[in-house]
Design a protein around this ligand. Sequence first.
Ligand code: DQA
Length: 155
Amino acid sequence: MASDFDNSLRILVIHGPNLNLLGTREPEIYGATTLAEIDAELASLAKQAGCELDAFQSNHEGLLIDRIQEARSNADGVLINPAGLTHSSVSLRDALIASELPVVEVHLSNVFAREAFRHHSYVSGIAVGVVSGFGPRSYRLGLDALIGHLRDAQA
Ligand code: DQA
């Protein structure tokens, strides 16, 4: 764990493919908030909670996996919106398992109210929990839940 020598938690936020387009991508589904706005809010919430937060977005599965592998030695928990890889990537799931870190999965849209192929997630089964359907608030709720989970584990 990264916090063996101090009490501050380090959270890694991972955003999957196409989330860099938030704000202009299908706004009727994903809303008008940009990824930069989401990251800024998460950074501010983490700071208020006394946590360090690092956010990473990529359209490339391998880069996401590289970043998750690194997290094993420098983070305490992962907040992830795997985007389309949610429904397709065994490798992303394997990387999250290998990290041995608690994972919270979030989605802006309610994936269960959408096409059937979005109803299955390769991540949910290895996550502490899932937040889906609340727009940018899903990230805020997910961060709060992850921090709470980590603090419980510290107690
Ligand atoms: C998403 C839902 C996924 O099904 C989709 O492929 C995305 C975004 C969401 O946040 O609602 O890219 O993860």
